[in-house]
Design a protein around this ligand. Structure first.
Ligand code: PNS
Length: 349
């Protein structure tokens, strides 16, 4: 292995330590061609650095500063040897430890990188690297790019945005910009007492627009409910288990505070009819006063759900009527049992 081009071009790199899968010279060459070949300053972060060949190639091609992260002690010694051979020691920092933990420390340093390489060993699945990719956004300088290599399949970035992937023999190289690393989270709040097929329709449609939807079950209802919030949340979990970008939480205070904690950009609400509008408009405006950056987005209920409400479900169930089709099939029996009690004190929507 050697440095391909730039100020240290042609320098032979130290032998690859056991267990490290280096990026082949021809893959590195193609990769740097697609990155524009040479750089005018900037910083590079080389994660799962191995021999450090990627970061060193970037230094050789004009990047000012490099941070290498490698958990294996022997591999770190090879990186240092390669930095001495190329005379880049003064422009580099080698950090030991697991990538996830080191990322946390780097986030605290307020340093931005123009290039971030992640070339993990085979034992780390592409999906796992896709998972950490969102954390890289805060470390990426404007206009910066993340380059992820994977052996068995292209990296999977949640939200379906995958950047540009090229295949070089058995290696997939994916290049992502900041926009592809942005995860837009929405909160879908409600009492869900109980969750109806109308709610589920809105949650599903929201999950197709946003990268992640947090269903927030209001715990501080003014009116008493037969079911505690945690039980209402469990019912929603049961009927949303097929959606891999939906999670369910109990919300205990102000919606805007909950949204902030979740890093959400939007509140999603379903609108059934004009009659819903007045109270929704009021809530949206109040929430906007408290958290102006948080948008409220309304999803129009499907026509077949426009008449459906939790209060109707509760009333029908409490009087022994059939709520099939009004609540998701998976919780039909549970809803029947819970809400059919004669001492039903539940009120409200
Ligand atoms: O299904 P619902 O009853 O319409 O849901 C109402 C809910 C839970 C969304 C609303 O009461 C709420 O946002 N509660 C949290 C407390 C809060 O933030 N109140 C101020 C909103 S104007």
């Amino acid at each position: 292995m050697r440095v391909i081009a730039g100020s240290a071009g042609g320098t032979n790199l130290a032998p690859v330590p056991k267990g490290v899968r280096p990026t082949a010279d021809r893959v590195r060459e193609s990769l740097f061609n697609s990155l524009g070949q040479f750089f005018d300053g900037g910083a590079v972060l080389d994660l799962y650095a191995g021999t450090g060949a990627l970061g060193i190639e970037a230094l050789s091609r004009g990047i000012d500063r490099a941070v290498f992260v490698e958990r294996d002690r022997k591999a770190r010694a090879v990186i240092l040897k390669n930095l001495r051979r190329t005379r880049f020691v003064d422009r580099a920092e080698v950090i030991g430890g697991e990538v996830e933990a080191v990322l946390g420390r780097l986030e605290g340093r307020e340093e931005a990188f123009d290039l971030i390489f992640a070339d993990p060993p085979y034992r780390i699945a592409a999906a796992e690297v896709g998972g950490i990719s969102y954390r890289l956004r805060s470390l990426l300088a404007p206009g910066g790019r993340v380059v992820i290599e994977s052996g068995e399949a292209p990296v999977e970035v949640a939200g379906g945005r995958k950047g540009v992937t090229r295949r070089y023999g058995g290696t997939f190289v994916t290049i992502l910009g900041r926009s592809e690393l942005t995860m837009i989270v929405a909160v879908c709040p409600g009492s869900f007492d109980p969750v109806t097929t109308g709610h589920l329709d809105v949650i599903r449609r929201a999950s197709e627009i946003f990268d992640h939807v947090v269903v927030a079950v209001g715990a501080n209802r003014r009116k008493s409910s037969r079911l505690p919030a945690v039980e209402r949340a469990r019912l929603i979990e049961k009927v949303t288990s097929d959606f891999d970008n939906v999670s369910v939480e109990v919300m205990d205070g102000l919606l805007v505070d909950f949204a902030r904690e979740q890093g959400a950009r939007a509140i999603v609400k379903g609108l059934r009819a004009v009659s819903d509008f007045e109270s929704e408009f009021e809530q949206a405006q109040l929430n906007r006063t408290m958290f102006p950056e948080l948008e409220t987005v309304f999803i129009m209920a499907s026509a077949e759900h426009s008449f459906l409400s939790s209060s109707a479900v509760r009333e029908i169930a409490s009087l022994g009527g059939d709520v099939r089709g009004l609540v998701p099939d998976g919780i039909l029996e549970t809803v029947r049992q819970i809400y059919s009690g004669k001492d039903d004190k539940i009120q409200g929507s």
